[in-house]
Design a protein around this ligand. Structure first.
Ligand code: F6R
Length: 611
């Protein structure tokens, strides 16, 4: 969703801010803008559409050594020039860029209008510009940071903001109320962004603002206070970004690059975390749980979208191997049910970005009720990583494409480690633990073996991409994989589809099957195979064209299917890591064949930071 980038230093700020915003493009946006101060005047450039449109409208950029920029994902008000950020007050004293939503904006706006204020945009952010400017104009605040702090005390909602004022041309004020803001520290220059990936190549010294903090930033450093004006000590953290990690490296799209990176990402998730001798996992981030692992009577995993599908695999592994009752829940639904939180329930929040609003609010609700929440995230220092009691980083590396691929397989790997740890502490014999460790250690090679089928899957995608409907079917551990396959195809190729369990299919969706309707069937050689073969017979009898992912020696499946992607030998708990790969490739190549915008599908954002 919206992205923020700011710069203050000795260099021209425009190109730095534009490059940072380009790095945040993957989050999804519909308009962009930049504000600078030059010769004590505020200058603002805005444009609807891509950053390239802004570049075209301002080929010289705006001059100045200080700038704030924003990519907007419309929430309050349509996609218009007036609604683009930065927003300024009528006296052009301050400019504000804002991520988040101000819940009481209408109320404040009405009150200000009664006092004669007029507004140019339909946004909630403009209200903030008015409030900050008034603090300065009416003399209640003697500095910009003071004015921002006072204004923030009047709003309810979420706000990651950057503010410029022509009264203090050598300062940017940043604040975080719910929505992430990070500072990048360098010599004689400071960078600010909503996501550390925008800072790649500038610095590796990062400061994460905590909730309800306001920072007064200059080229030489920063000072942080809380909303009560108390000084806050901040730690500078070292984050290693490799600039090539966010480059396309010869791939046509990030999605394909990230699919291909899965073996390496799985290895990174596993690195140093398996113990073959004891047949268990070592997860430093879960040390906190200690012996409580014996006592948990239930595990509730929650997330959204792809992360929810990873939770579905985690649920299966926890129940099957650790023998703990487990559930996988849509984060928003879990919260809206007024959840019954108990002490013997472990909650696990799963999120690639670590910023998904529904996951964050649910974890806060659970913690507020005394529940224990572990996190599984990719983004170091993200809100979910910071607010959970303990957790596991997946170390998948930056995921730029909106469609999540390598995060899914790394999340499943991390959940496997967690389930293995729990299983070994409770019930699983050592030799079975060792077999599982062996399976995990072999997984990256097996995923490689699946990637080899790329060209055959491309041909299938080209053959079936004009279908009216595609069904994905799986059972047991493969059921969440079927759902993930369907999500990938609908989100990037825009083809209607369902991800169903073999049982579900018979209770209605079977009526959608016609002659040659494509059905992806996930049939690994596990306890669900026999039932799945029954389902395939029913599908075949109704004319379906079955595309199966199955063991190469499974002759029965080979007879029923039009085409089989063969699975290499693998541990049964690792099958989702393998079976999802052809489905990701099918979605990718179908979308390419249909000319879709692969890395930025319509209507979608990478990180959904509003509920
Ligand atoms: C699908 C996709 C989304 C995300 C969902 C959760 O490809 O990317 O469904 O999985 O928005 O995002 P995170 O994992 O960042 O919480």
């Amino acid at each position: 969703m919206c992205g923020i980038m700011g710069y203050i230093g000795k260099r021209e700020a425009w190109p730095i801010v534009m490059t940072g915003l380009k790095r945040l493009e993957y989050r999804g946006y519909d308009s962009a803008g930049v504000g600078t101060i030059y010769k004590n005047r505020l200058r603002v450039a805005k444009q609807v559409g891509h950053l390239s449109a802004l570049d075209r409208s301002y080929p010289e950029g705006l001059p100045g050594n200080v700038a704030i920029g924003h990519t907007r994902w419309a929430t309050h008000g349509g996609i218009t020039q007036e609604n683009c950020h930065p927003h300024v007050d009528p006296g052009r004293l301050v400019a504000v860029v804002h991520n988040g939503i101000i819940d009481n904006a209408e109320e404040i706006k009405e009150a200000l209008q009664k006092e004669g204020a007029s507004f140019r945009s339909e946004t909630d952010t403009e209200v903030l510009a008015h409030l900050i400017a008034r603090e300065l104009e009416e003399g209640r605040a003697s500095s910009l940071v003071e004015a921002v702090r006072a204004a923030l005390l009047r709003i309810h909602g979420t706000a990651g903001i950057l503010v410029l004022s022509r009264l203090e041309p050598e300062v940017i004020v940043a604040a975080r109320i719910g929505s992430p803001v990070v500072l990048g520290i360098s010599d004689e220059e400071t960078f600010i962004a909503s996501d550390p990936s925008a800072l790649v190549g500038h610095t590796t010294r990062i400061v994460f603002l905590d909730d309800s903090e306001v920072a007064e930033i200059t080229a030489r450093g920063f000072r942080t206070i809380d909303l009560q004006n108390r000084l806050r000590e901040k730690r500078v953290e070292q984050i290693e970004f490799a600039p090539d990690e966010i480059a396309l490296q010869g791939y046509r799209h990030y999605m394909l690059k990230e699919i291909a990176e899965q073996p390496a990402a799985i290895d990174r998730t596993l690195r140093g975390r398996t113990d073959m001798t004891s047949g268990t996992a070592r997860l430093g981030g879960l040390k906190e749980l200690g012996r409580r692992i014996f006592d948990f009577g239930r595990i509730t995993l929650f997330g959204c979208g792809t992360s929810l599908h990873a939770a579905g695999v985690g649920q299966f592994l926890m129940e099957r191997y650790a023998r703990i009752p487990a559930g996988a829940e849509d984060a928003a639904e879990l919260r809206s049910r007024n959840p019954i939180v108990s002490q013997d329930n472990l909650y696990v929040a799963i999120s690639q970005s670590g910023e998904t609003a529904d996951v964050l609010s649910t974890l806060r609700e659970i913690k507020m009720r005394g529940g224990m929440v572990a996190g599984i995230t990719n983004m170091v220092g993200s809100s979910i990583a910071r607010e959970t009691d303990c957790g596991v980083y997946i170390h998948a590396g930056p995921e730029i494409s909106v469609a999540s691929t390598k995060a899914f397989t790394s999340q499943v790997t991390a959940l496997s480690l967690m389930a293995l740890l729990f299983a070994r502490m409770r019930d699983l014999p050592a030799h079975e633990g060792r077999e599982w460790v062996g399976g995990l250690n072999d997984a990256s090679n097996e995923v490689h073996a699946m990637l080899v089928h790329r060209d055959r899957i491309k041909a299938l995608a080209e053959e079936y991409c004009r279908s009216q409907y595609v069904m994905f079917v799986g059972r047991g551990i493969s059921y969440p994989v079927a759902r993930e396959g369907a999500l990938k195809l609908k989100e990037i190729a825009y083809i209607p589809c369902d991800g169903l369990s073999g049982a579900d299919m018979k209770h209605g969706p079977l009526s959608l099957i016609e002659q040659d309707s494509p059905v992806w069937a996930i049939v690994p050689p596990d306890e669900t195979r026999e039932r799945m073969v029954g389902n395939l017979q029913e599908l075949k009898a109704r004319g379906a064209a079955i595309l199966a992912v199955a063991a190469p020696e499974d002759e029965e499946v080979a007879r029923l299917a039009q085409f089989v992607i063969p699975l290499p030998p693998h541990h049964p708990a690792c099958s989702p890591l393998l079976t999802v790969v052809p489905l990701q490739l099918f979605a990718y190549y179908a979308a390419v064949a249909l000319g879709r915008n692969i890395d930025k599908p319509r209507n979608l954002a990478k990180s959904v930071t509003v509920e």
